[in-house]
Design a protein around this ligand. Structure first.
Ligand code: GTP
Ligand code: MG
Length: 336
């Protein structure tokens, strides 16, 4: 999982370590320089390095860090990390390290690891959300709608979410706002029966807002805590379906709108999140299919791009395969 990102970070740690702890070149190995100025600057830098190495220390200077940082930026980009996010990570690592010194024995690796950890957390934690405290303070029923493009796992995730809410003591009713796709009612019926949940549906072709309205009425009448509303998959470029979503958002006025996309969609997932956020403001994101071979770029980029947190990661087909997103555990796993 996230192998591409992991290997980018590992490579960076290795490069920095060898840049700052290997002995300086022999004079004969000096890279060719064009001007006297370049030669003297190289000699000064090597002399400094030799002297700090002699004292058992490595000094992180801007010049020596620049090549490993450039390489890191390129490999983040090739792992589908968005340019602005890759730059934010590089800047944070540079700021953290440049001008500091560490003991060669253990300090260099730790310093690089800590700088990467802080930089990654700074983009992942730009927005956070405590679902449980929100649910406990929001007047019932809390209305949650699941939105996203076709086939990304909205319906499956809604069912997993109902299972998760059960585990923390919240009752749910399911509502099928996907009146567009043939077979959508049947799919959600299978989940509602497996989970023992009431499901509100209308006929295919009906108005999704009417289904959601009925589900809210049902929840009020039966003292249900949360209404989970599925919606049809829609491409962000489909004007009709996007204006339907805008109407659902306006009429139903959900307490939470959760954007679902596949972690494997990388940069596309980030772009789609922006489009959906413009039409029906997103409160949080769930990335699915992290069990597939994903670079991890979407997970790193999406919060920085839309300033909304990742709430959960979907990792398989079973109801239990939905983990609350924990940025620290996520970063520790990347740097492991
Ligand atoms: N491996 C894996 N498969 C998943 C995951 N989540 C959903 N799926 C599968 O993805 C496929 C599509 O899931 P759905 O839940 O129907 O997707 P959807 O977004 O509701 O699709 P539409 O309603 O057609 O837009 C199904 O085969 C799911 O079993 C996941 O986390 N991991
Ligand atoms: Mg669906």
């Amino acid at each position: 999982m996230f192998e591409s990102l992991k290997s980018s970070l590992k490579h960076f740690k290795k490069e920095v370590k060898s840049t700052f702890t290997d002995s300086p070149h022999e004079p004969g190995d000096l890279p060719a320089k064009d001007t006297n100025e370049e030669i003297s600057s190289e000699i000064i830098s090597l002399t400094r390095k030799a002297s700090s190495l002699a004292q058992g220390k490595a000094i992180f200077d801007q010049k020596s860090l620049s090549t490993p940082l450039q390489e890191l930026e390129l490999s983040l980009l090739s792992s589908d990390v968005e340019l602005g996010v890759a730059e934010a990570i590089i800047d944070a690592v540079r700021q953290d390290l440049v001008g500091t010194s560490r003991k060669i024995t253990t300090g260099v690796e730790n310093a690089v690891e800590e700088a990467l950890k802080k930089a990654l957390l700074s983009v992942l934690d730009e927005s956070t959300f405590d679902l449980e405290s929100f649910l406990s303070s929001n007047p019932s029923p809390t209305i949650i709608i699941f939105v996203g493009v076709n086939g990304v796992g909205k319906t499956t995730t809604l069912a997993k979410f109902a299972h998760f809410l059960d585990s923390i003591g919240y009752s749910t009713v399911l509502a099928n706002g996907d009146t567009y796709r043939a077979g959508a009612n049947e799919q959600l019926t299978v989940h509602s029966e497996a989970l023992g949940k009431k499901l509100i549906t209308h006929q295919q072709g009906g108005d999704p807002t009417a289904v959601l309205y009925d589900a809210v009425e049902y929840a009020k009448a039966h003292d249900i805590d949360v209404v989970l509303c599925d919606t049809a998959g829609r491409l962000h470029t489909n004007k009709d379906l996007m204006s339907q979503l805008e109407k659902i958002n306006r009429v139903v006025s959900p307490d939470l709108t959760i954007f679902i996309d596949e972690a494997i969609a990388g940069q596309d997932a980030v772009n789609r999140a922006r489009h959906f956020n413009d039409i029906a403001p997103i409160d949080g994101v769930i990335l699915t299919k992290i069990d597939a071979d994903t670079s991890g770029g979407a997970a790193i980029s999406i919060t920085h791009a839309i300033k909304k947190p990742i709430l959960f990661l979907g990792s398989g087909q079973k109801y239990e395969d939905l983990e609350p997103f924990d940025s620290l555990a996520f970063v520790d796993n990347l740097l492991d």
